[in-house]
Design a protein around this ligand. Structure first.
Ligand code: ACO
Length: 406
């Protein structure tokens, strides 16, 4: 499906033909990072990077963040429409019923090194679900529904379980009387969370749930296109999300703010960072040339939290950095992205820094699954071409005839 161009979707300039040769005899275009290359058609999410508008299935994300719940938003993304009350209740109940993970998975996690990164633990645990639910029936709607529910339900349980296990404690069982986000915070801290905290955390999940063909979603679609199981799809996406240029940036932002230390040091720090060609974490986005709309909403949520639970001086550093960077990086279209304020929210909620990206993964599982379904609906395996830059053909040489290494 990726390579076909239809009258509704005009082709990019000089695309490679389906057999990999250049169109009209021209050399194939190479765009590092596939910038500007449409790699799929999708009806899930739209980004207007010039106006800073993000919609899920046509619904603006700010409306969802203010009025929806994460599970309702996940339903919208995955099934394409906002659920009726009946559908929402059924989905919530299904997810609630599948929150527990097998004791075998918990035992497996107990063997993970406590010092390992929780994203690695999550990737391994997500992949292990494929062992426990090994039936693969991609044409069976019931199978698809069960896999969706299982992954949405169990990923938070696995993130929370590893957090307790690495502290030497036993994981806590989910609580059926708590909603999705409240239950996750409970499993993490053993305390029933404050209602505002749970509501703000839920809004964070909504804001991170989907973002078109970013690196991890692309990875999910490539994996899905081989018709493997959905657990492998999510595990591959988790691995891709972990990198510091993608989901991992939210950890680095806090480190950077702490390194700067105070608002009066921002200007000198930024000038030095720009002079040494350092990337400013939490800034810049391939799609946005204005401030990421999710950063705008997250900043508001951070302020709500500070009003209720006390101020964070790192927020003053962040605001000053945004202000100074507007002069220095703004003209290049580089502004705060979703990761810039999310870490400050999670820190105020008392969440350890290396769980920020796993929390991102909890949210993005909804988007990955929406893309998994969409990919299966019109599948063609991803198999792009390349431009070979290696040696011309040459013979194999016996060891004694090879030139000595320099
Ligand atoms: N700080 C300083 N300069 C930047 C930044 C930044 N954060 N981002 C981009 N630039 C500059 C680059 O140096 C480059 O400048 P040049 O043309 O003078 O060489 C230009 O902008 C283009 O940058 P690229 O890295 O080519 O942009 P790309 O679209 O490939 O990368 C990315 C986007 C990876 C997000 C980049 O902006 C970045 O590394 N940001 C910091 C990490 C980060 O916050 N990642 C989270 C992104 S959101 C997410 O994944 C959930």
């Amino acid at each position: 499906m990726a390579a076909k161009s239809t009258p509704e979707a005009p082709a990019a300039a000089a695309p490679p033909a389906r057999d990999g040769t250049a169109a009209h005899g021209a050399p194939p275009l190479f765009r590092p990072g596939l910038e500007g290359v449409p790699a799929t058609q999708s009806a899930i999410c739209d980004i207007d990077g010039r106006q800073g508008i993000l919609t899920y299935r046509g619904v603006p994300v700010d409306q969802l963040a203010h009025h929806s719940s994460f599970l309702e938003t996940a339903y919208l993304l995955i099934w394409g429409e906002l659920p009726t009350i009946f559908q929402l209740n059924a989905f919530q109940q299904d997810v609630q019923m599948h929150r527990r993970v097998s004791f075998r998975i918990r035992d497996m996690m107990k063997c993970f090194p406590a010092g390992g990164h929780p994203m690695d633990a999550l990737q391994a645990s997500a992949a292990s679900l494929g062992l426990f639910y090994s039936r693969r029936a991609l044409n069976d709607p019931q199978y698809i529904t069960e896999a969706v529910v299982r992954l949405i339900a169990k990923i938070p349980t696995m993130v929370a379980a590893f957090q307790l296990i690495r502290k030497g404690q036993d994981p806590i069982q989910p609580r059926d009387d708590l909603a999705y986000s409240a239950n996750f915070l409970y499993m993490l801290t053993e305390r029933e969370p404050d209602q505002l905290a749970a509501r703000i955390f839920d809004a964070c999940l909504i804001l991170h749930a989907e973002h078109s063909l970013n690196a991890s979603t692309f990875s999910a679609r490539v994996t899905a296109s081989t018709l493997t199981d959905p657990y492998a799809v999510v595990a591959s996406a988790v691995g891709t999300l972990a990198g510091p240029l993608h989901g991992g940036a939210n950890e680095d932002v806090l480190e950077m703010l702490e390194q700067i230390g105070s608002p009066d040091r921002v200007e000198a720090w930024l000038d030095q960072a720009i002079a040494s060609k350092q990337k400013i974490m939490g800034f810049g986005h391939r799609e946005y040339k204005v401030k990421d709309p999710r950063a705008v909403i997250l900043q508001g949520l951070a302020e709500d939290l500070f009003l209720r639970f006390g101020h964070d001086t790192m927020y003053d550093v962040a605001c000053r950095l945004e202000e100074v960077a507007a002069d220095r990086l703004g003209p290049k279209g580089i502004f705060p992205n979703v990761d810039f304020y999310s870490g400050l929210v999670y820190r105020k909620l008392g969440i350890p820094r290396d769980l920020f990206t796993p929390i991102f993964a909890i949210a993005r599982t909804a988007g990955w699954l929406a893309h998994w379904r969409e990919q299966l609906g019109a599948n063609r395996i991803y198999r792009p071409t390349q431009i070979y830059t290696g040696s011309p053909q040459r013979p194999w040489l016996p060891l004694e005839s090879r030139p000595a290494a320099l």
